[in-house]
Design a protein around this ligand. Sequence first.
Ligand SMILES: [Zn+2]
Length: 400
Amino acid sequence: MTRGRFAPSPTGRMHLGNVFCALLSWLSAKSQGGEWVLRIEDLDPQRSRKEYALQLMDDLQWLGLPWDGEPVWQSQRGHIYEEYLRRLTEMGLTYPCHCTRADIMATQAPHETDGRVVYKGTCRPRAIDAIGAIDSIGSIGSIDSVIRTAPATTLPPTVPLSQGNEEQRSGGGMYPHRSPLTVTPATTRLIVPDCTIPFTDGHYGKHDINLAEHCGDYIVRRKDGAWAYQLAVVVDDALMGITEIVRGRDLLLSSPQQIHLRELLFFERKTENGTDAGSESRSKIYFDYAEQQGGKDREAGLKRKNNSLTAHHSPLTVNFFHHPLLCNAEGQRLCKRDKSMDLGYLRDKGTTAREIIGLLAHLAGLTDTPAHITPTELLTLFSWDKVPTEDIMLDKQIML
Ligand SMILES: [Zn+2]
């Protein structure tokens, strides 16, 4: 069964762009007879507020977009993210990075002008650089030993007493015997393979992304101890049994990072007798990965024959559908500054839920006019084929 989700950050009142995302996500899941669950992404203790989350739930109910089951709060799941970070560390795939933003910007090539920041691996332990040379090594034994000799250098970040979760404040975590006060705060990064990750978005089609070129080794835990978006999202989507992710196209190119991380953490590895092949074999995952993806490391991967390992996805594979963004009159994506587009303003001035849903359904190509309608009435009209791929300018003439 399809299981979709809406995963807002409670950092302010929902605006029409957020509602557009919630509506499409709800329609996509519900039109298939599926479930739709709510996850509150309140990882940032500085910006997230419980009252915003409660207001958001009230707004969803008011709009006619009810969710299934109990909402999941990311702020309560630090112990789960800790466990999955530990697994990555055991695989030898993480390391501490002490670079400042200025350090990283100084390594960017002049042509990288699309706003992306590509981490060049400045702090990557030298032994692990050998992973990038898999082709020249060409056998499992060699690369295993390379990975095993890599230092286990991931240290817990120090966390000011006023921040972080309970485990961090009590000095627990991965290295409870070390006092956080003696450790320099560091970002924790995940080593990414230099191979292509193909994925197909349900709305924007096929993409081939090389993670090393696209983003480089990316952050799984921030310097201040907060969990990085990518790690939390991947762990939660997998553990919550999410099968369909609908979100704005600004997150389209996060998908290959998430697919990669999902495969590292949730690719079950079974031997012929059905037992887990164990953590030792997990460091071979880049071979399997390269082999399966047919990427740059394919030849090295194909050299490995006669293995008794089979792999399958668990939990189910996720389908991605990204949607166009709603833009203001200046052509910029709607944000919290666009006060006339937020639900507080609209509800206060008497705009009805049916008016808002009617406008958004029309902008999504589901109806010929912005006539008032409810989400339930839209179920039979919904199809991704009708939704445009270009971003949508909110025309002042049809503003609410
Ligand atoms: Zn660094």
